[in-house]
Write a protein that binds this ligand. Structure first.
Ligand SMILES: [Mg+2]
Length: 228
């Protein structure tokens, strides 16, 4: 029977904060080609603050919230131009692909898993444009929680992934950095949950991962053990 290994993205295949910081910096550089006098006044910290403020008062997709935060950032400098904010947000998405640094242990592990006959895929609560990475060609499916009506740890993204990846939850391993969202979410769906703990965190609470790994170098063997 086919076996599947699915991966979280942010915090799992790469560190989220440096990726977003670098992408926001690049997006400010892009904005400088349109409104240099405003771009010169904006910092990454400002953009984080606008994004945080928007979440307090609005609901929407991650993309809509980002556009709203950029509308707010422009308005603070006297510019009312939603189309410019839309363009800027699209530049940020491009910049995320440029800024991301995929951990060096990801590609060897994914190639090894595929070599072992396993299907690999992605289940993310975020909106990183994964399909634009070269690496994406090795992955059989990508589930963005926003597209399927519910986020991890709820069942919707896992159910959708099962549709796309095939097989059965009992022959499925999900790998992620978040004990509740990834490990407990997968376990509740009948999958094995592997905790990738790159920073040596101490687990608190009740959740017990089926395996804990410090790097993806340990992943193929852990999957072998879990699916034996
Ligand atoms: Mg994560």
């Amino acid at each position: 029977m086919s076996s599947v290994v699915s991966f979280d993205l942010d915090g799992t295949l790469w560190e989220f904060a440096p990726m977003m910081h670098g992408a926001l910096e690049l997006s400010i550089e892009a904005l400088a080609t349109r409104v240099p006098e405003i771009a010169a006044k904006l910092t990454v910290g400002d953009l984080h603050a606008h994004r945080a403020a928007v979440v307090e008062t609005q609901e929407g997709t991650l993309g809509e919230l980002r556009v709203a935060s950029f509308i707010r950032a422009l308005a603070e400098h006297g510019v009312d131009d939603p189309a410019l904010a839309e363009w800027w947000a699209a530049e940020l998405m491009r910049a995320r692909v440029l800024a991301v640094e995929v951990h060096g242990d990801v590609l060897p592990a994914v190639e090894r898993l595929r070599g072992d006959g396993r299907t690999v895929g992605v289940i993310t609560n975020g909106n990183f444009p994964f399909a634009e990475l070269d690496l994406a060609s090795l992955f059989a499916f990508v589930v963005h929680a926003e597209d399927v009506g519910g986020a991890k740890p709820g069942p919707e993204p896992f159910a959708w992934a099962l549709e796309l990846g095939g097989g059965d939850p009992s022959s499925w391993v999900h790998v992620g950095d978040d004990l509740e969202i990834d490990v407990a979410g997968a376990q509740a769906f009948g999958m094995r949950g592997v905790w990738v703990n790159r920073h040596g965190l101490t687990a608190t609470g009740e959740i017990v991962p089926d395996a804990e790994i410090a790097s993806f170098d340990e992943l193929p063997a852990a999957v072998d053990r879990l699916l034996r």
